[in-house]
Ligand binder design. Structure first.
Ligand code: B16
Ligand code: MG
Length: 219
């Protein structure tokens, strides 16, 4: 039986992807790399430095910069991103998410956060969910990012639960792969084709309820 839920942040709890997109787009322009929809989508769930590498590669510029220059560009992107997210409020929590979290906690489930974002604590503060997530995997301590299972394995460990007792909730294919690799129940939020590897799929967060999850698991 499930005892814990491990949440991704961007695309599940709130929509920071548009701000990541804006900030990366601005940097891509500066680097002379053409910004495309598929490039934007590919950055979902991917760490900051890996995202920069993907952008440079898309422009055939992966060998043009030193490590220090890359760090400087990633920092520049993040400074822009931080300005964009500073206007986020509790109204930016996706539909049904707060109700789902309240229901989980009221029923004795435990929850943790498995976001690749180093800005997760800042975002949680802006959207008023800091008190809900006292257990957060620190992405700076991971040796590999999603789709590697490490972040979801750690998400269960910090709850003191075996993976079989946990479900992970994700909007990105790389994240679903990470949950499956950690041997947890995978719940995908979004496009059924893109997330076909998930055990359970909901098109929107508003469908994220214990009753709906139980109904899907019984199938
Ligand atoms: P940061 P998630 C991920 O968040 C985003 O989906 C991804 O686009 C971003 O590059 C990554 O966090 C790192 O974010 O630059 O803030 O450390 O989906 O894992 O919650
Ligand atoms: Mg995500």
């Amino acid at each position: 039986d499930l005892k814990g839920f491990i949440f991704d942040l961007d695309g599940v709890i709130t929509g920071t992807a548009k701000f990541h997109g804006q900030a990366w787009h601005q940097l891509a322009d500066e680097l002379g790399v053409t910004w495309t929809e598929s490039l934007a989508n590919g950055l979902k769930g991917v760490s900051r430095m890996d995202s920069l590498e993907m952008i440079l590669k898309a422009g055939g510029k992966e060998n043009d910069y030193t490590e220090a220059e890359k760090v400087a560009y990633a920092t520049k992107k993040n400074d822009n991103y931080l300005k964009l997210i500073s206007n986020m409020t509790p109204a930016d929590v996706f539909p049904g998410v707060k109700e789902f979290l309240d229901d989980l906690l009221a029923k004795g489930y435990v929850i943790s956060l498995a976001s690749a974002s180093k800005n997760a604590p800042t975002i949680l503060k802006h959207i008023g969910l800091s008190d809900y997530f006292t257990k957060i995997v620190d992405p700076a301590t991971l040796s590999k990012g999603k789709p590697d299972p490490e972040i979801y394995t750690r998400g269960a460990e910090i709850l003191n639960l075996p993976p079989e007792a946990c479900a992970g909730v994700e909007d990105a294919a790389a994240g679903v792969a990470a949950i499956n690799g950690a041997h947890e129940t995978s719940i995908g939020i979004g496009d059924a084709n893109e997330l076909s590897a998930a055990d359970i799929i909901f098109s929107e967060t508003s469908a994220l309820t214990l009753a709906n999850i139980e109904a899907q698991m019984a199938k």
